[in-house]
Design a binder for this molecule. Structure first.
Ligand code: HEM
Length: 222
């Protein structure tokens, strides 16, 4: 099978979605880990050092291109698979016993994915674009911590972040184990372990991310 045949086949697309999904899962660990430096409550001193390193190291800047490619490939391939599945069954199931045919979150992957995309557009416009413009134009680097304090002082924005994180929660809790299933790792002994790791990962990552805007908004960190 050539690469072209692989990418145009249904299984090839599913495998691409699974692999890029696992790559994004790893990115979220690093992102949540670095951002957790704000919990040191040292006025953003440690966080700004890490953020400066992350945005100035050329290897990481190169990887950033891979990160954005990963996001785009994941979204585009997932949308194509979703559309193909819909076209393959245009009239729907004759008997749509919702809870029998699929679980709620597997049916809502499309909706959750769209909410996460909207969240990402808002998030990139908050934190990424200005920082990069300053970096490449040689302007004074942004104080990302100060930017966080300003953005998360707005209750409405904090609420939008919480909605985005709820969507990401459902997306990850289903997507984590689903990625392994697509890759053919479906075993009586290992699948329950993978599911448990997926749930633990999702709860920890989402709790960390949710605590960031909340602790700033409620003044727990300053
Ligand atoms: C809610 C807590 C979050 C906070 C406080 C936060 C904060 C930040 C900050 C400050 C940046 C800019 C870093 C830089 O330019 O060096 C950034 C970038 C980014 N964030 Fe987040 N983030 C959060 C959640 C998320 C989530 C849940 C996702 C993905 C679903 C995400 C995806 C990204 C991406 C793709 C970038 C740009 C790439 C990068 O700079 O590494 N973030 N975030």
């Amino acid at each position: 099978m050539t690469w072209k045949q692989f990418f145009s086949s249904s299984i090839g697309k599913k495998i691409t979605v699974a692999l890029t999904g696992l790559f994004l899962i790893l990115f979220l660990i690093i992102h949540a880990g670095v951002n957790s430096a704000i919990f040191l409550n040292d006025g953003g001193e440690s966080y700004n050092v890490y953020a400066h390193f992350m945005s100035h190291n050329w290897i990481l800047r190169f990887l950033e291109v891979g990160l954005f490619a990963g996001f785009i490939i994941h979204i585009v391939q997932a949308l194509i698979v979703w559309r193909q599945n819909k076209l393959a069954r245009p009239v729907g199931y004759a008997v749509n016993k919702k809870n029998k045919n699929s679980t709620w979150y597997s049916r809502s992957m499309g909706l959750m994915g769209t909410l996460i995309l909207l969240f990402l557009i808002m998030h990139i416009s908050h934190f990424f674009i200005g920082t990069k413009v300053a970096l490449y134009s040689g302007d004074k680097p942004h104080n990302l911590y100060e930017e966080m304090l300003e953005i998360f002082s707005n209750g409405f924005i904090v609420l939008l972040y919480m909605i985005g994180l709820v969507a990401l929660f459902w997306h990850l809790i289903h997507g984590f184990q689903s990625a392994f299933q697509t890759l053919g790792i479906n075993h009586k002994k290992y699948t329950p372990v993978i599911k448990a790791i997926g749930v633990a990962y999702t709860v920890i990552i989402i709790a960390l991310f949710a605590l960031m805007p909340l602790s700033i908004y409620f003044g727990w960190i300053k």
